[in-house]
Design a protein around this ligand. Sequence first.
Ligand SMILES: Nc1ncnc2c1ncn2[C@@H]1O[C@H](COP(=O)(O)OP(=O)(O)OP(=O)(O)O)[C@@H](O)[C@H]1O
Length: 626
Amino acid sequence: MSAPDTRQEAATRPGGRSPIALLRRLPGRDVLVALLAILVVLALSGSLTGYQAYVVTVVVIFTIIGASHTLLFGAAGQPSVGHAALLGAGVYAGIAVSRHTTFGMEGEFVAAIVVGALIGVVIGLPSLRIGSLYLAIATLALCIVAQQIFFEWTDLTGGGAGTQVSPPKLFGAVYTPLGLLYIALVVMGIALLFARNLLRGRQGRAWNAVRTSPLAASSLGISLGWQKVGAFGVSGAMVGCAGVLYAHAVNYVSPSDFSLELSIVTLVIAIIGGQRYLWGAALGAIFVEGLPEMLRTAGEFRYVIYGAVFVVVMIFFPEGFAGGIAALWRRFGPRRSAPPPGPVELEPTATLVEAELARSVAAEPAPAAAAERGGVGLTVRDVRVEFGGVTAVDGVTLDVAPGTVVGLVGPNGAGKTTLLNAVSGFVPVTGGEIRVGEHLLAPRRPAQRRALGVGRTFQNLSLHEGMTVLEHLLIGQHAVAGYGPVGQLFRMPAYVRGERLLRQNALETAELLGLADLVDERVENLAYGVQKRVDVARAVVARPRLLLLDEPAAGLTPDEGDDLVGRVLVHSRHVGATVVLVEHNIELVMRVADRVVALNFGRVIADDVPDVVRRQDDFVEAYLGG
Ligand SMILES: Nc1ncnc2c1ncn2[C@@H]1O[C@H](COP(=O)(O)OP(=O)(O)OP(=O)(O)O)[C@@H](O)[C@H]1O
């Protein structure tokens, strides 16, 4: 039974009409829950003293900053200790607007968001060249440099003496601390809504893919560097926005406020709250900013309580408060999942696939027709790849006609994977050229090669931990999603339409690869053979025009291998894709390939139809040991 059927059945079960089940089916229910929480705070806020209103406002401000880490660190995997600099930038951009224009907070927000986003982008730009850790260190440097600039820019910041902030004014009306709290709540609501919109859909999936498997992400057309630049930009905009609120909440700001320590505190808020959950930022902010205030009566002893809670949470809930609550909910909530599933296995259905394959082969389109339907030819001319003194690929020349299946075989170390890596852009060639259709591939990056239709799987699984099978099939379609970040941010019709189509296609592919019952399963719960299927499904779901399969049957039983390769070839022949299949199971290759190319020591030793290659002496000697 397919997954949609499962869901449909659940909906019509007697329990499916319970209030919780109805709530679960409500679109945008998380937004409703958040609105409800905000309304509760609003209702309670009437009885708050000025000081209490200040404390709640600070919690709200740090929730926004914590949520900015949820995007950047929790989703995109990039830690930053430069957020104090971004906050300072937002604060001073707001102060500049209030001093030099007649605008109130409405103008301050615009300026702070723009300045925060721009500085965020600038901080993120090095990620086009350097890795995550080095970038984190760069943000540390930024924090120190920015604070120094704030100290020196005395006209604006007042230097070491600091500067007074004008009372909060919005569209001409001046607000009390309680009024500022209301404004802060609305701003937080909007910021979290936008953040949630970005996280759900193509953008959030891309960030998660970059974090969990950069290699696979770039093979899917996702640019690692630009994704991080974008995440920094969005994060900077959110922090800049929080800066305006912060300035008015504290009334008086000094450059010494924007220290490295503050940056670390904001990161701690995200981590202890649960950096994968937006609402975790609120829990983290309450814990870090609110709790010390609530525990004031405990005197200095409160730091002991505070530290103890921190350690206990991190030990028992490494995914923070929100992660812990989510785990408890999964375990004990109304729709609790079965106890941790042992690895989920699938019964291979080799005979069925064999039959389908035979049919599909019988109806195989002529190469010209395949090219029209989507397949694209691959031309490799005298390609060399060297690693230091090792020549892994040594002057390889081969042609793969559109819509055909070419088996690439050879003993261990023959250079098969390296050749695939050269085609998909993961290793540079030291000589020769590679074309896909008319396009010369060098010096395109892997993500740009995906745009030309090159898709691939990996010899070693490169799945995205924590994500479901369905999410993998959606990530696989990143390059063809049909909507961009703006459409996603505002949930425009293009986004809704696009997501529906992506989902439909994902479910069809899941059906074809025998994964339909497992779409909601997290990949780490699946058996190795099923994970292999997911890896392949993610590559084929967007219908690449040239599909590079790197040992799809490795580690599988012969039946499982036949099944998987059979299924994927049925799909490929159906869409007319060209396939290069690297595989050690020679019998399998001989059965399914139109042509076989054998490599040894990086050189082509045979290139012909399977029956001819099988009898060739070089091949027999190199591969089968004589
Ligand atoms: N990143 C690398 N750095 C250095 N040497 C490498 C690198 N990648 C591959 N090689 C070397 O290049 C040669 C070809 O390796 P490659 O993985 O392409 O072979 P293969 O035919 O795919 O082997 P297998 O079937 O075992 O996967 C081997 O000698 C290997 O050690």
